[in-house]
Design a protein around this ligand. Structure first.
Ligand code: ACM
Ligand code: ZN
Length: 728
């Protein structure tokens, strides 16, 4: 064997060992690149002489890079158009030989950095990988001491799915243009490429349409007097957002919702609906039954006009038309709708939705656009034009897509609805309690393997609904979210789950592993701190061991810059409580509460040893514990998420301990703040459980439900009770 061969063999072995080193050796890129060969930790250092050389089509990305470096360092790199790498340069080059439209190669040597991509989006993603090879302070907007050394590395990368989306609902809560740009920044950190912009719903119309000014002047606002809130985006705002997103590899897909979820439009122009009543924009979450009326030519003209202005503003190939959660009672009773139904030879009013979908799909095709709709669109009459179904309710709804030759984007409530809480911990953010919690791990576990390479499945998307932000509902105080609460809520709900969404959309299944992903997520928290984003901090891990008189408690956190604080009297823990330094002993597990704190205002929700209610399983789901000193004649039990369909329910109150002496009278069941049902128990709770039944009709997803119980404690009451709820 000659030495040359030996050298090549050793080199290949070395290369093999170094392939796919993301996660190891401190390479923490999210989403994990397809191929990542780290050669040396120390490599190229960006300095004041480093030149940025760029292809003219990549001017925006080169400028963004210069700005990104400048913000925390005050180092203004020179840039110049060109095609050849030089010593001490960063080259942004186009390379048509790269297969994937969004793919890129990033080569760092000790002399220069070369970025090759097929498109501007690819160049942007390469730049984001490069940013993630620099220290986390590079994300800061303030001056910092930063070592601008990038390791010697070769990355070859491309996404698995074409549509890697995040939805933002700006109707239920109006987010400022500045916040939308920040949301785009957040998406861009993780190479997402589609912002699904939910601009219209019952609670507000946010898109200026010049031909119908009342849509925003009237439909953009709700409430009276000092409770009046709202706003909208001018067409100039939209152009700015579209350009801002485009420079970051992101397309904005607008959603023009119909036939339901459009009360704000109907309030502005009552002739859009069947009833033509002058209604008000909703101030509580509720899904209006006032659909737009497909039986009138004025409605069709309206859709055509709105679509035309929308297509002028948004270059996106796709336009979302909503289509979810319509009920057809007003169509059933409308002469215009019924006349159309007969003319079209249809049997049911719901099929008129399919008629409308086809009509708008045709209109969109004239603008070279394809329509996207929530998965109901393929169930309401026959859709003959090719459309994209956004699968949200149930993955089985994909059957229609395959059987009828359409395409799909997957946005299942089970894994990708980020308005859900991450856990069932008692102090956890309430958000969309009508769905089960979705932890980071659950989101990351979404099984995409069988869809990878499937030409029908365009991609994946996370949803962030705003119905919990609407004035007067569930938005609760969390210490860390005091200022700009609603905006901080969004960040808290999106991060870190957006990182999981990013990786399942980008990195093939066989390269994904949660144990390897989670440390990278933790590593990114410092980036988020620097970039000014709020995120959910994991609660401390707890180990307990039984000892003679109680339990030894050991607390830990994987965060190297966090402290743990705890209480041992069952009271909520805060970062001002006792600092954890060593294991300690308690009598009962339920005495312990502990938080992980990054700062006094940024901390986790407290860990909790939940009481075990298994003995009461026959009464259904646990809803509330009322301690002996908490008995009042207006005791509210949150039932959101526990009432989750129409039907008959049983509410049961049990004594958890001895010494209970509580009288219970009426129980009112509230939907939002209005009584919707009720039951009267009129009994004493002592050692036997007491129950009452009630009926729920017209249940609506996302709407808060509660029970208000009239309780009265006897003089000697010293026991605790609990409330359970069961669907019969
Ligand atoms: C939806 O969540 N109504 C699509
Ligand atoms: Zn009608």
């Amino acid at each position: 064997m000659n030495t040359k061969i030996i050298r090549i063999t050793f080199l290949s072995l070395f290369m093999l060992l170094l392939t796919n080193t993301a996660g190891a050796h401190g390479i923490n890129i999210i989403p994990k690149p397809l191929k990542c060969e780290l050669k040396e930790r120390k490599g190229f250092t960006i300095n004041s002489k480093t030149k940025v050389i760029y292809h003219p089509e990549l001017a925006s990305q080169a400028s963004l890079f210069v700005d990104y470096i400048y913000a925390p360092t005050a180092l203004k790199l020179n840039k110049t158009q060109g095609h050849k790498p030089e010593k001490n340069s960063i080259l942004f080059a186009l390379d048509n030989s790269i297969d994937n439209e969004e793919g890129y190669n990033l080569t760092v040597s000790d002399k220069q950095i070369i970025i090759k991509s097929k498109s501007a989006a690819g160049a942007f993603y390469a730049m984001q990988s490069l940013m993630q090879l620099l220290p986390p302070e590079i994300e800061s907007k303030q001056l910092k001491e930063i070592d601008l050394t990038v390791p010697v590395i070769f990355i070859e990368d491309a996404p698995t799915f074409k549509w890697r989306g995040a939805m933002l609902d700006v109707s239920r809560y109006f987010f400022s243009k500045e916040f939308v740009l920040k949301y785009i920044d957040m998406m861009s950190l993780y190479k997402l490429n589609t912002l699904h912009f939910h601009l219209i719903d019952d609670a507000g119309w946010r898109l200026e349409i010049k031909k119908y000014p009342l849509l925003t002047e009237v439909g953009g606002f709700r409430g009276e007097g000092e409770n009046r809130t709202g706003g909208f985006y001018t067409q100039e705002d939209i152009k700015e957002m579209v350009a801002y997103a485009e420079a970051r590899g992101i397309v904005i897909v607008p959603e023009i919702a119909f036939p339901a979820h459009v009360l704000s439009g109907v309030v502005a122009y009552p002739w859009l609906s069947c009833r033509e009543e002058q209604l008000k924009v909703l101030t509580q979450h509720y899904i209006s039954k006032d659909l737009i009326c497909p039986g009138k030519q004025t409605t069709i003209d309206f859709l055509k006009d709105v679509l035309e202005e929308t297509c002028e503003l948004f270059p996106s190939k796709y336009i979302h038309i909503g289509g979810d959660e319509a009920v057809y009672q007003y169509w059933n009773n409308c002469p215009h709708c019924q006349k159309l139904l007969k003319e079209q030879g249809l049997e049911k009013s719901s099929q008129l939705q399919g008629y409308l979908t086809n009509l708008v799909a045709d209109m969109a095709a004239k603008h070279n656009r394809t329509i996207v709709g929530w998965d109901e669109i393929l169930e309401r009459g026959k859709v003959t034009k090719p459309v994209v179904s956004m699968i949200w309710r149930n993955m089985n709804n994909l059957d229609h897509v395959y059987n009828q030759g359409h395409k799909a984007v997957l946005c299942p409530t089970s894994h990708l609805y980020f308005d859900t809480p991450e856990s069932r911990l008692p102090s956890e953010i309430k958000a969309a309690t009508w769905l089960a919690p979705i932890s980071l791990e659950k989101c990351y576990s979404f099984a995409t393997e069988k869809f990878e390479g499937d030409s029908v499945i365009i991609g994946l998307q996370a949803a962030l609904w705003g119905d919990q932000f609407i004035f007067g509902t569930l938005l609760q105080e969390l210490d860390l979210l005091d200022e700009n609460r609603s905006e901080n809520y969004v960040e808290y709900l999106m991060l870190p789950r957006l990182m999981a969404m990013s990786e399942i959309g980008w990195t093939p299944s066989q390269m994904r592993n949660y144990e390897e992903f989670f440390p990278r997520v933790l590593n990114h928290f410092k980036r988020l701190d620097n970039a000014g984003f709020t995120y959910r901090v994991p609660s401390p891990d707890v180990k307990h061991t039984k000892v003679d008189e109680g339990y030894m408690i050991e607390l830990s956190t994987p965060l190297d810059n966090a402290t743990i604080h705890y209480t041992t009297n069952g009271e909520r823990a805060t970062p001002y409580d006792k600092l954890y330094t060593a294991p300690f002993q308690v009598n009962q597990l339920s005495d312990v509460r502990a938080v992980t704190a990054l700062t006094k205002t940024h901390h986790s929700v407290p860990t909790f040893f939940t009481e075990n209610y298994d003995a009461y399983k026959q009464y259904g789901t646990f809803a509330k514990r009322v301690r002996y000193n908490e008995v009042t004649d207006q005791n509210t039990v949150d039932l959101t998420g526990k009432i989750n369909a129409d039907g008959e329910y049983q509410i049961t109150i049990v004594a958890l301990t001895d010494g209970v002496d509580v009288a219970i009278g009426e129980i009112e069941i509230m939907k939002n703040n209005d009584k919707t049902s009720g039951t009267a128990i009129n009994s004493i709770i002592a050692d036997k459980p007491v129950s009452g039944k009630f009926i729920i009709s017209e249940w609506q997803a996302g709407t808060p439900y509660s029970a208000v119980m009239k309780l009265n404690a006897g003089q000697n009451n010293r026991g605790n009770i609990a409330v359970f709820i069961k669907k019969l």
